[in-house]
Design a protein around this ligand. Structure first.
Ligand code: ATP
Length: 510
């Protein structure tokens, strides 16, 4: 299979060719970092959303789901800290007029030095063969030592500058490293500025500052402001959770890598409210529960790892990411955060309303602590698509491209294929379509040779193909072909619903 960069390209073009993901407004040359989900993408996305929703709400009696508005009172974002602190350091190139994130320019610079080190090591490995001692080489080779020292120094200075929000120091570091615009080579930079990632718009007929509202940059705040509404109306007892799926918007300075980083994306978030002092126990519970949810899909256990945050946000007392092995390497897929009582307390302060829980057992009233699980639906989509994409060489020497999407998530569950377009086979096939269509998303296809039809279904990840032949009219049996093993079996038509449900239902995942 292709290298990592090529793999991402293959996945992107496959996604477009088969109707999973299109560049947004493509007839106008697209809109940067914005994508549309096509006919199969919308189904796959819906199935991932359902898997998450079912796992979080139905499988937990003490978690309920809501659907809050995208627009929220602007003070929400003061209280959450987004107005003052949801910033990235931005720098413009005066010649190319291109805009970059200052920290990303520095990270790319360090990655280049790291690549240089890897090249030196590869060269030495080839020269010394089995006798090569990488640890010793790293500790003694002057080129490697020099490059590593440079990386360490830049890393330390960048960290200090970011922590102190010292924008001048960041600019100085970019100049000192002689970093040039990656596209044009120009070193004619502006100063570094803080750039707020929230999109602003105006509400109603009020113009000016008073009418400004934001497109939510996360769904979580819709949960916090509804904490009491849900707790009281649902008579929820702590510990309990509120889940939500919805769009979020961030004016990312560099949005790239396909649907991994977009300006409009969808989040699946759950806030779990607990008694103060019990949060670490619940933090570990959710780490464990969430990683199991991922691994149940069978995309490969080796593709996940936890990454603990070293520098915690000021309000968090523990935080980690679940990273996934994307075509671009291991990157954040989901965050799990212990957020203390920061959000509810802050909303109490800004709204003047009490956001407390009265504990009937201990007769005390307190602001609950919160454990949050937050996953990007689009990133999950990319994880599923990339891990499922396979180019296989078959025993007969031919090749096929198959999406081995977990059956419960597959956009189309079954294809109904009359072997020929005559002799009453299409009519029989349509009877089967009518029998199955309410329970399963299916496709009917009677064009081209059967082999080509199988390939088309493999390419979109359909777990089952059902073929109707002349014999079917006599014995009421069909051939069912399974996508991954390509095994074919003759079964009674009446047994189809049970066979298909057994594989494509969500039961297998829980
Ligand atoms: P990153 O460090 O990659 O910018 P983050 O730490 O800012 O992500 P969170 O604020 O924790 O992300 O958001 C929770 C989840 O939302 C992330 O784990 C990710 O899956 C998703 N997400 C965040 N930003 C984007 C984006 N621009 N496009 C797509 N998904 C996103």
């Amino acid at each position: 299979m292709a290298n990592q960069d090529d793999k991402l390209k293959l996945v992107i073009s496959h996604a477009k060719e088969y109707g999973f993901v299109f560049p947004s407004s493509e007839i106008y040359d697209g809109l940067s970092a914005t994508y549309d989900y096509g006919q199969l993408g919308a189904e796959l996305k819906q199935n991932i959303r359902n898997y998450w929703w079912t796992a979080m709400t139905r499988m937990h009696q003490n978690i309920v789901g809501i659907d809050a508005a995208i627009f929220m009172h602007p003070t929400t974002w003061k209280a959450s800290g987004h107005v003052d602190a949801f910033n990235d350091p931005l720098i413009d190139n005066k010649d190319s007029k291109k805009r970059y994130r200052a920290d990303v320019l520095l990270e790319d610079y360090m990655a280049k030095s790291q690549a240089k080190i890897s090249r030196e090591i590869d060269k030495a490995k080839a020269r010394f063969g089995d006798a090569f001692d990488e640890e010793k080489f790293r500790a003694t080779n002057p080129n490697v030592l020099r490059a590593q020292e440079k990386i360490n120094a830049v890393q330390a200075k960048m960290k200090a500058a970011l922590e102190a929000s010292d924008l001048e120091a960041l600019k100085y570091l970019i100049d000192e490293c002689e970093i040039a615009d990656p596209e044009t080579g120009s070193r004619n930079w502006t100063e570094v500025r803080q750039f707020n990632l929230m999109f602003k718009t105006e509400m109603g007929a009020v113009s000016g500052e008073a009418g400004i509202i934001y497109l939510r940059p996360e769904t979580a705040q819709g949960i916090f402001v509804n904490f009491l509404n849900v707790q009281k109306s649902g008579r929820m007892k702590i510990p309990f959770g509120i889940a939500q799926v919805g769009k979020a918007f961030r004016n990312e300075i560099i949005a790239r890598q396909f649907i991994f980083r977009m300006r409009e994306f969808e989040q699946m978030e759950m806030q779990f409210f607990v008694k103060p002092g019990t949060e670490m126990e619940w933090y570990n519970y959710w780490k464990d529960t969430r990683i199991k949810w991922h691994k149940a899909l069978g995309l490969g256990e080796e593709n996940y790892k936890f990454h603990d945050h070293i520098k915690l946000a000021h309000y968090a007392n523990a935080a980690c990411d679940i990273e996934f092995n994307f075509p671009m390497g291991f990157k954040e897929l989901e965050g799990i955060h212990s957020r203390t009582d920061f959000d509810l307390s802050s909303h109490e302060k800004f709204s003047g309303k009490k956001l407390r829980y009265f504990d009937p057992e201990s007769n005390e009233s307190y602001v609950p602590f919160v454990i949050e699980t937050s996953i990007g639906l689009d990133r999950m989509f990319l994880a599923v698509l990339a891990a499922s994409y396979k180019e296989e060489k078959l025993d007969d020497g031919s090749e096929r491209t198959v999406l081995a999407i977990p059956a419960a998530l597959a956009p189309v569950k079954v294809a109904v294929l009359p072997l020929v377009k005559k002799d009453g086979l299409p009519e029989k096939a349509k009877e089967i379509v009518d029998m199955l269509k309410l329970d399963f998303n299916l496709q009917y296809d009677d064009k081209d040779a059967i082999g080509r039809r199988y390939r088309r279904q493999d390419a979109i990840g359909t777990p089952f193909c059902v073929t109707i032949d002349n014999e079917t009219l006599n014995d009421n049996c069909v051939t069912i072909r399974e996508r991954d093993s390509m095994k074919q079996e003759r079964v009674e038509i009446a047994k189809l619903p049970e066979i298909i449900r057994g594989k494509v239902g969500m039961q297998g995942l829980f």
